[in-house]
Design a protein. Structure first.
Length: 289
């Protein structure tokens, strides 16, 4: 897993941090899945390259994924390392295809008409990653699939709220157009990184939608899978805290850099999550209001 682990270490992402709580075999398997997600996402985000070129590159990854599901040896190092993970944990090919469909949405779509369209995007780029991950985590109950879908949408909506300014600099607005119209927010203000009162109301509404999915995830997690979902539960705790910090800042992501948690805050959440699950507590560190 040399290539995958290198990519995971370099990313320094919240998701990669959560892998620390997993047993070594599952941690290495998640590194393989994460590296795949990271690489295809980076391809889509290479704005300097023509769309047709990026689409062709993603098609190569999709084709090589087919080799991983067959008897051929994949050509790409990351997929070559992912192949035994796919077969060991029974990862569903349709989830990888849905993920690639979601990544391809970023090639041309820079606006979303409504929350339904945005929810489809969130499902493809986040929920299906959760559905793949719970196989590696070792879930037992089918109810954990609902947990993965809800938590994925919650995390992605939090990401979108955190990165509004980052995306605006690239000409992207993920916040639904009908919500912009409903709250009286102009695209020009977002693209110019201007915080207007109407934006705060819009962001608060999307934040409440994210909270809804956090609560749904919290309610859906079956007791028998709480221990297996420790890494996912840490992710929920970290992103819930990010959402709280966004709210405390009145949703202002324009006047300074993206909101992040300090290393100490992450370690504290890691300890709390581990302790809660080790003691058999059903009270998650997120979705409590």
């Amino acid at each position: 897993m040399q290539h995958s682990q290198t990519i995971t270490r370099k990313s320094a992402s919240n998701l990669a941090l959560a892998f620390i709580l997993l047993p070594k075999p599952r941690r290495e398997a998640m590194a393989g899945l994460y590296a795949f997600c990271r690489e295809v996402d980076d391809i889509a985000d290479e704005d300097a390259r023509p769309v047709a070129e990026r689409r062709a590159h993603l098609a190569e990854w999709r084709e090589d994924l087919g080799r991983a599901y067959g008897t051929e040896v994949p050509l790409l190092p990351v997929i070559k390392e992912l192949q035994p993970v796919i077969h060991t944990y029974g990862l569903d090919r349709q989830h990888f295809d849905a993920l690639l469909d979601g990544v391809e949405m970023d090639l041309e779509i820079t606006r979303y008409r409504n929350r339904e369209d945005l929810e489809l995007y969130c499902y493809r780029v986040a929920s299906v990653v959760g559905l793949l991950s719970i196989r590696i985590f070792g879930h037992k109950s089918p109810a954990s699939r609902d947990y993965a879908v809800h938590l994925g949408k919650a995390l992605q909506l939090t990401n979108i709220l955190r990165d509004v300014a980052v995306d605006a600099r690239r000409g992207r607005i993920y916040l639904p157009q009908d919500d912009l119209a409903r709250f009286g927010v102009r695209e020009e203000d977002i693209l110019a990184l201007r915080l207007v009162p109407q934006y705060k109301a819009l962001a608060a509404s999307i934040g409440e939608q994210a909270r809804h999915y956090y609560r749904q995830a919290r309610a859906a997690l079956p007791p028998e899978d709480r221990g297996a979902m420790i890494a996912a539960e840490l992710m929920g705790s970290v992103y819930w805290r990010l959402l709280e910090k966004l709210e405390a800042r009145s949703w202002d992501v324009f006047s300074s850099g993206p909101i992040r948690l300090t290393k100490f805050q992450k370690l504290l959440l890691m300890g709390r999550t581990w302790a809660r699950i080790s003691m058999g507590s059903a009270a998650a560190n997120y979705g409590h209001r």
